[in-house]
Design a protein around this ligand. Sequence first.
Ligand code: ADP
Length: 465
Amino acid sequence: MKIVMCASEIVPFAKTGGLADVAGALPLALEKAGHEVIVVMPGYKTVHAKTALSIKNVRPGLSIAEIGKAIKVYLIDHDFYFNRDALYGDKTGDYIDNIDRFSYFCRRTLDLLKEINFKADIVHCHDWQSAMVAVYLNSTAYSTDQFYKSMRTVFTIHNIGYQGLFSKDEFPKLGLAWNFFGVDSLEYYAQINFLKGGIVFSDVINTVSDTYSKEICTKEFGFGMEGILDKRKDALFGIINGLDYSIWDPAVDNLIASKFSAKNISGKSECKEDLQKICKFPLKPNIPLIGVVSRLAQQKGFDIVAAGIDKMCRMDLQMVILGTGDEKYHAIMESMVKKYPKVISLHLKFDDTLAHKIYAGSDIFLMPSKYEPCGLGQMISMKYATLPLVYKTGGLADTVDASNGFVFDKYSADDLLKTVKKSLTAYHAVDKWKKLVDKAMKCDFSWFESAKKYVQLYENARKRS
Ligand code: ADP
């Protein structure tokens, strides 16, 4: 099959979250399976700043790089839209012209396919930023063009909480007929909703775990999309994300203090000591170290973490938190560092190297997300012999159980604290702990299986007219 992967962030070019991991790894798995894949994303300033990626400018507005064996990555350049410090916004919030930036990206993607004569079978779009590809394909500009006739669209929802909502007043900018602004189209309570456009106009839709694909059809998790999803339930699927083990494997990881594997785990203690040094913690080998790599957001469970953190800091443990997010949680965690400097270490930034060191050096990985479409942290941590502690939701429910981690099923600070205590007790029961770690390390979340499911999904899309 000829496949276009279209996303707003893709590893190794740009990343703010799990979407980038997926959009970077899936093309590689598809190429290995014999498909012809190209990738399209915006050419952000931060991408061009990465000299190691050998990006070539082809002409104004277009650059090219390569991943895998021969996957071309097309970077849509636009000095005004993408030559900025961040991907989506700054301290004051989202960039106010995101509607222009990402509708432009989607139109350019489609035009590019014709320019390079890539007659795709499947255009695979991710999240609201590339959702408009499916909408435009259905608009007269493209639907009447023979070149696009047989292209089918797959839309993956990585997080339904982010929808790309804009004022109705901006609708004329999209260059679409007004019949695209209706309840069965882009309109959502008198606003423009890009994600909804993706749901309505794509041939098939999926989310990144089976449980989340069911959860988003409910009022509790649907963020208002449950009604429209119900109309498309015959086209809605769940496929768990895979992990790229060429990046996330302690046996080959050059960013950690000492490599290790399930066969020989001895290097892990060196990683723990390295992490304790970074955190300026006492260098004790036998104190449980809890790691967090996350956005500091309510979605990630920070409301209950914030409510329980003081009590947690009085337990016999060490805790390191890496991430940025809501100022409110920054402030709470900073106050804890002042109060318990030997117990908690805070790193308010995005730092890939430190993330690797935390996965490798911790004993327990805390990820009590309130909702979690898939979640990568829990899968990564398992590979690094770090047991996940999660709330039973979405992809966390599909990947963690009592045999490879710790799960609680009532979303409250009390239940979180109880489960933390349980994990600390387990840590000191050495033989039992070893068994859990062994089981966790042997879990296989590689892309192989998930990529096969995506190919089936593409085949399903091709059958639709
Ligand atoms: P999200 O909802 O943020 O996409 P996921 O669990 O799907 O959550 O993916 C998060 C990805 O981003 C993981 O690879 C995680 O290691 C990484 N990550 C999150 N925060 C940071 C950070 N502050 N520094 C480095 N990596 C981070």
